[in-house]
Ligand binder design. Structure first.
Ligand code: AHR
Length: 505
């Protein structure tokens, strides 16, 4: 949690950090990923058989190596919008017998050469957990139950045996399952009303939990502020179903929300993720409201928020059906840093956040047949994933604010937009980590940092110009490392991310 006092621009900013005031544990799953059958994410991204850079399974080794550096705990699959017409049975068994199908989300052909078993093997190679999304468009509940049985079944049953026949004896133990994706969206095959969705979601959840009460089921929300969120939470956060063996097993474990932000104007770009912060606060209140109204017993676990698509994305400049390959600038990298500050500040409510997506499609990591490029946005992600773990701790910022227009406009009346956007953690290793984004486009901000002590390690992400990218053959934006004595004032450079790290007392 970071509190804020507004100063005049001529006053000296102050950041105070209180590592002994732990606010909430940070779920490592806020650093989750997302791989969809879209553009070059799977084919030509993580899976590229025949390429000398790939292993015998067709997995790009350079991609795996790079992603290992991000320590990604969970990866969502196979979509996204792709899910709405995906039949998982098409993607298992001998590859030469798998059907190619027209793909209706991104208007291509799905060859099904990469499917459930390949994804599970890729997750094992990466050292991450799978998170699967059901087909709520053309799919059936029978298919969904079969998919769970194929992945997790241990008995002598049809789909568990089919998995064994396909070469995998042990279950994959997939915990996380989404009840559809963006079912409210007009672009969706089988777009639903909130009434139809809530009815279907609760019926599917009951059957799925009867099959396996340990599944973590994720309700399809909108952006956290929509009447869809209000209605579906009210209908679906109900006392545990009497058919389920234990009264503390809820039907719904998490509520998913999505948001993409972007602007060609820097200050709108970097303040836009604050809409996500307010959306998290609103969703959290809607969860409580639904539980109050439905008289859910307090011992039944309270659902958390799964922000399973977030990023900087302008779908006009990087169109989905053309593969959504964004060229990220320094400004975008700083927006991603503000996004990550939001998830750290809101660690009490957000138990998973998946950057959309992991490779090539609106991604920090790009491939060509010859190698990989780490975009500007890779570096904030890497720094946060490496250091901003453990506990969110109390911090307070006093500084001036940006007072111009925001996108969306409602941020202006709902949130402060300080020049210094801050979150702070203390790790299990006893180190304090403070992430400071100076969003100002032209002013370095010399600030007091109260609480800093001993030798402070400093990691800085910046460049001379907000519009630079890493796609011109040069890594213009990366991490510069230095140290600071921890006394006096620290100068946070204009348009930069700085991570300060010191050992707590
Ligand atoms: O991540 C790209 C797309 O954005 C996803 O398929 C969809 O869920 C969202 O609209």
């Amino acid at each position: 949690m970071t509190t804020f006092t507004k100063l005049d621009d001529h006053e000296t900013p102050l950041i105070s950090v209180h590592p002994s005031r732990r606010i909430s544990k940070i779920n490592p799953n806020i650093y989750a990923g997302f791989t969809e059958h879209m553009g070059r994410c799977i084919y030509g991204g993580i899976y590229d058989p025949g390429n000398p850079l790939s292993d015998e399974k067709g997995f790009r080794k350079d991609v795996l190596e790079a992603l290992k550096g991000l320590n990604i705990p969970v990866v969502r699959y196979p979509g996204g919008n792709f899910c709405a017409t995906y039949h998982w049975l098409d993607g298992i068994g001998p590859k030469n017998q798998r059907p190619a199908r027209p793909e209706l989300a991104w208007l291509g052909t799905e060859t099904n050469q990469f499917g459930t078993d390949e994804f599970m093997q890729w997750c094992e190679a990466l050292g991450t957990e799978p998170y699967l999304c059901f087909n709520f468009g053309t799919g059936t509940l029978d298919e969904a139950l079969g998919w769970v049985e194929y992945c997790n079944g241990t008995g002598n049953t049809y789909y568990a045996n089919l998995r064994r026949k396909n070469g995998r004896e042990e279950p994959y133990n997939v915990k996380y399952w989404a009840l559809g994706n963006e079912c409210w969206g007009p672009w969706q095959v089988e777009q639903m009303t909130k009434e139809a969705y809530a009815h279907k979601a609760i019926q599917w959840a009951k059957a799925l939990k009867l099959l396996d009460p340990t599944l973590i089921l994720i309700l399809c929300g909108q952006d956290g502020t929509a009447s869809w969120d209000y209605y579906t939470l009210n209908q679906c956060l109900v006392p545990a179903h009497s058919a389920l063996s234990t009264s503390s097993v809820p039907l719904i474990d998490m509520h998913s929300i999505h948001l993409y932000t972007s602007s060609s104007s820097h200050l709108l770009n970097v303040t836009a993720p604050l809409a996500a912060e307010r959306a998290i606060e609103i969703t959290s209140a809607l969860i409580d409201l639904a539980r109050v109204v439905n008289k859910v017993p307090p011992e039944q676990l309270r659902p958390t928020i799964c922000f399973d698509e977030w990023n900087v994305w302008d779908p006009i400049r990087a169109e989905g059906s053309l593969g959504a390959e964004e060229n990220y600038t320094l400004s975008d990298a700083l927006a991603v840093a503000v996004w990550l500050n939001v998830f750290v500040r809101k660690s009490k409510d957000v138990s998973m956040a998946c950057i959309a997506q992991t490779v090539n499609v609106i991604s920090p990591l790009m491939t060509t047949p010859e190698g990989i490029t780490k975009q500007t946005t890779w570096w904030p992600l890497w720094l946060f994933s490496r250091y901003m773990r453990g506990w969110t701790v109390a911090s307070h910022v006093s500084c001036g604010t940006y007072e111009g227009e925001t996108s969306p406009k409602w941020i202006r009346s709902a949130k402060d937009t300080p020049w210094l956007d801050v979150s702070a953690t203390v790790g299990d290793d006893g180190f304090v980590n403070v992430a400071v984004v100076n969003i100002h486009d032209s002013r370095d901000l010399e600030s007091h940092v109260e609480g800093a002590q001993g030798e402070v390690a400093v990691f800085t992400v910046t460049a001379g110009d907000l519009s630079v990218t890493n796609l011109n053959g040069k890594e213009e934006v990366a991490i510069q490392e230095s140290t600071w004595t921890g006394s006096g004032q620290y100068v946070f450079p204009r348009h930069s991310l700085t991570l300060l790290r010191w050992k707590a007392e």
